[in-house]
Design a protein. Sequence first.
Length: 724
Amino acid sequence: MDILKQIAEELKLRQEQVEHAVALLDDGKTVPFIARYRKEQTGSLDDQTLHTLSERLDYLRKLETRKQEISDAIAALDKLTPELAQAISEAKTLVEAEDLYRPYKQKRKTKASVAKARGLEPLAQLIMEQAMGCDPRAEAEAYINAELEVPDADAALAGASDILAETISDDADLRKRLRNVLTLRGSLTVKATDPEEDSVYRNYYDHSELVSKTAKHRILAVNRGEKEGFLKVSVTMPEGLGEQIVTKSYVKNGSPAGQMVEAAALEAYKKSLLPAVQREVRASLTEQASEQAITVFASNLRQLLLQPPMRGMITLGLDPGFRTGCKVAIVDPTGKVLATDVVHITAGSANAIANNKEKLKKLIVKHHVSAIAIGNGTASRESEQIVAEILHELPDCHTAYMVVSEAGASVYSASKLAAEEFPDYDVALRSAVSIARRLQDPLAELVKIEPKAIGVGEYQHDMPPARLSESLTGVVEDCVNAVGVDLNTASGSLLSYISGIHSGIAHNIVAYREENGAFTSRKALLKVPKLGAKAYELCAGFLRVRDAKNPLDNTGVHPESYAAAEALLDACGYSLSDVGGDLSQLRETVKKRGLRSLSEELGIGVPTLEDIVKELQKPGRDPRDELPKPLMRSGDIMTAEDLKPDMELIGTVRNIIDFGAFVDIGVHEDGLVHISQLSNKFIKHPLDAVKVGQIVRVKVLAVDPKRKRISLTMKGVSQEHLQQ
């Protein structure tokens, strides 16, 4: 209960919300299922809050387990005092708990442990007391023992000093104080390993700033520079401050014993305490920076996956290239491949390029192509130039194009999944198919690719792999379940992200479908091997069955609420056969009856009632359809050389990072809108102003063709009449 109370306070939630959410998670319910179908219990917590709650719960439970292990270990040594037990109980982090355990932890052989074995611990304790009349050398005479290898007073004092240094370095409270001071007042100091060598890290060759003021993206940048051998990075304490803290903590006076304690304290600080807290602060900074980078990556990925599909379009995917030509794949509105080819439109003689242009024209006309997706890799802009020329020469085709990110396309093309989907195509043609399908339905295609390869993050290769994978996988699951999937057309990759369905069950669903034909109801899922009642409960509401006998099977209404949905229809003067027809007045009728009274009559909560009404009015609805469509182009294209300061352009946000947003304005390089240029008002993070896929109007600030940099601004630029 203490953990639940702490989580409620941290996340600013009611404790009963946390209690119910934790009970559901402990019962094996998935985050998408809880967020969608258990709103009454959790007070309508969304999936992102539930993920945060789940992660915090896991950490705090591990912390409690570790604290109990530490208490038990110290108790076994008969050294667990009430004060120590309370300190362990009150530890807020694993680091604090381990600091408390440190003095009692069995260590490898150290100078201090050797000195203790020689019977010098009482001498060390006597010196630590620092009595004014204490003469350490005189006291040491009593500990001379040839058998214990203490030949003289100097050896006894040296051993006692070793014990003092280790005792001071194991002081948990002192470590915590030093860690806090280093975090608040320390500096991140960066130097070049070779000041004469040029690199992308030149801005950091002689850099220093307060740790507390260091932006998280700079932490990751200098970490990478250090890893690549260009930078030397350290966290430094203000001169003399650490020594002052340590000596004040232990030195009571200037007596001979006090002088020995001071020397031991400074030795402990220099050799043990300072390096340890420096490592801990660096690790903490990296962890915090990584968490923010993962959060930004996850947000970008969510927006990318939820980009609206381009339905009903025959689409041509173009994977650009020079020497090997541009690979072409034409797919129908369902993603089925109609034709493939290779056209050499970016390199070769003028005559050859003209012939290949004609070849591409014929393909566009023959297959009635209405959208062209051009990969943004090598030869992308050259290909775009040719495509723009072709579209000018085919004014009656009403075809438009869009440059799409091909990040991860090569990963997919070379994967086992792609080989199973397209065994007769080479890797390059599979990539062209993927590019076309990305425009048609980003979510369905991108789930086939490892999330970190999709290319909407920063420093993803420097992140803790397990943590990054966990976070991004959670985002993909949330998106797939928010949209829902067609049970009879979804790929195994897409099905594996549905609540309650792992890859094995997804494979079984596809195999069952291939063997027995299309599913005619949700209930038929129970015939799939290894898909039991629990998995059915978790997955059924997210799967759609078009043309099912029961129209509710094509909605987001969960089977457990079918009876309530039918009773609702009856109460409002409709029947099940009306689902899919005109139910535009259903919401008004429900309002007139009163949401709360009607929910009580039907035995369901108000949130569930509202969700059922929404689903009945738009069965099979895709929430992405309500978003603005991607920005398609058909006119002339520009190069960076065409850009002039103060020129206003419309573009698409392609990526968001801590210090700004990259916007595709139709030239070879994306332009950067720095965080200071994103809004007329102060914002803490670019995500507060824009999102991936958003269409924005920008103004050119400056162009640096040599460095391939375009600076843009949204300040003072009207965003009216743009689809947001």
